[in-house]
Write a protein that binds this ligand. Structure first.
Ligand SMILES: Cc1ncc(COP(=O)(O)O)c(C=O)c1O
Length: 458
């Protein structure tokens, strides 16, 4: 049990906060890490220890941890109009500015924007719109939503139902009945010996088609997926995967929701993951880097086909009966708009296209480390796989908790990154420089060496 001083922030935290994605019993014993300030890609805890954040918080702190410019925009907006909503035909200029901008930069023609406060709410809204759309066009039975094993789309009841995270369903009585999951494209782990990426992609598309046929294509309404899987482990799709999956969706008239919550705004080296992988979604959910993580905002972009069906419903029902109190909040939209301006002024996409390959190369060198079986990524997103025996692609027994051991060593070496089982995901702030990539790689080398020493000792 860690010593926690009475009345410290740690003690007050233990007494007052339930933490998401945290072992609650362990937290009572060990208490929290208190982050107290940040600058650029570095954060400091309350004891003054510096960490390089190779995870950008939760994939969102794209501009790092402090911004005078965004602070000023929030301040000015709060002084001018600190709250407004979009209900019953009311609007505000920052919301309109941002919606216009998003439609202008959308990867495929999109018609309208719905605002929310989180990625979960954007995906929840998208799922509701799949149902609403099919009700509007006279196919109300087309309700089933297909997600992918290990996909992550949020924590609300519907968005986690679409997610393929068994640990997040357990004892919540989820997923809801209309949700199904198809296999995820983890080529390194799941390919058969001798199976090429293209053959594997065909197998994945065949599995999706078989699922749709087994369920009855007249009952399957939507498919939701991240262009690159984030919380599933930073998994890039194998070659030809997206072309083959999209052909199946078109064949059975299944609406495609691209969850760009992580990939949107430069992460993969283009403005959208949909551009990197040539996706043609009907809806796009975005959040996180939309406001550089500095305001809680998400945007769902919908195409004309979806909006026209909503219009028909409105003519029938009157009200579009959906919404959130803080949707289109002028402070969040003003900060998001300024974030997009900063990206343009800095040529953030150009920057990621330059530093992304540098990071991929630096991380790929770890493929030679005895602990690392595979390293793959795109732009400033990369996933690495720790294996018990890489020559035979044998994973560690989950009970060994190798990810947890490695996380402990990473923290000791001042590195924050995301451990997902035995995968390590990297998604540093988009502003990272070559020199900071070198710093990250040096901290990672020490982390992996210490982890390997522990693994061998046991
Ligand atoms: C791909 C993806 N979609 C949706 C979400 C949920 O977003 P939020 O936590 O803002 O609700 C996340 C969160 O990490 C995500 O990675």
């Amino acid at each position: 049990m860690t010593y926690v001083a009475p009345n410290s922030v740690q003690a007050r935290d233990i007494a007052s906060i339930v933490h998401p994605q945290t072992n609650l019993a362990q937290h009572l014993e060990e208490g929290p890490v208190v982050m107290s300030r940040g600058q650029g890609i570095y954060v400091w805890d309350d004891s003054g220890t510096q960490f390089l954040d190779a995870a950008a918080g939760l994939w969102c702190a794209s501009l790092g941890y402090a911004s005078e410019r965004l602070a000023r925009v929030a301040y000015e907006q709060m002084r001018k109009l600190g709250y407004a909503h979009l209900y019953r035909g009311t609007t505000n200029e920052p919301g309109v500015d941002l919606a216009e901008k998003l439609l202008q930069i959308a990867p495929v023609p999109m018609n309208k924007v719905l605002f929310q406060c989180s990625g979960s709410e954007a995906n929840d809204t998208a799922i509701k719109l799949v149902w609403y759309y099919h009700a509007a066009i006279g196919k109300p039975a087309k309700r089933k939503i297909i997600g992918r094993r290990m996909g992550y789309h949020g924590s609300t009841s519907a968005s986690i139902s679409a997610s393929g995270k068994a640990d997040m369903h357990a004892d919540f009585g989820l997923p809801f009945p209309d949700f199904r999951h198809t296999e995820y494209p983890h080529y390194y782990r799941l390919h058969a010996d001798g199976e090429s990426e293209e053959q594997f992609a065909t197998r994945m598309a065949d599995a999706l088609e078989a699922l749709i046929v087994a369920e009855g294509d007249d009952t399957v309404g939507g498919f939701i997926a991240e262009p690159v899987m984030g919380a599933g482990g930073g998994l890039t799709p194998p070659r030809t995967y997206w072309a083959k999956i999209q052909a199946v969706l078109r064949k059975y008239d299944v609406l495609f929701i691209a969850d760009e919550v992580i990939c949107g705004f430069g992460r993969t080296g283009n403005m959208w993951g949909s551009q990197t992988y040539d996706l043609q979604p009907d809806m796009i959910s975005s959040a996180k880097a939309l406001s550089a993580g500095m305001q809680p905002i998400s945007a769902l972009l919908i195409n004309q086909r979806v909006f026209e069906a909503m219009l028909d419903e409105s003519r029938k029902l009157g009200n579009f009966a959906h919404g959130f109190t803080y949707a289109g909040h002028p402070v969040t939209t003003a900060v998001a708009m300024e974030t997009l301006r900063i990206y343009e002024e800095m040529d953030m996409i150009g920057h990621v296209q330059q530093v992304g390959p540098y990071m991929q190369q630096a991380l790929r060198r770890f493929a030679d480390h005895p602990l690392i079986g595979d390293v793959r990524g795109v732009g400033l997103l990369c996933g690495m796989e720790m294996m018990a025996d890489k020559s035979t692609r044998t994973p560690f027994d989950a009970s060994r908790g190798v990810g947890r051991i490695a996380d402990g060593h990473a923290r000791k070496h001042g590195l924050i990154t995301r451990f997902i089982g035995d995968r390590i995901a990297f998604s540093p702030p988009l502003i990272i420089t070559d020199a900071e990539v070198d710093d990250m790689a040096a901290r990672l080398a020490r982390t992996l060496d210490d982890t390997w020493a522990d693994v061998r000792a046991n």
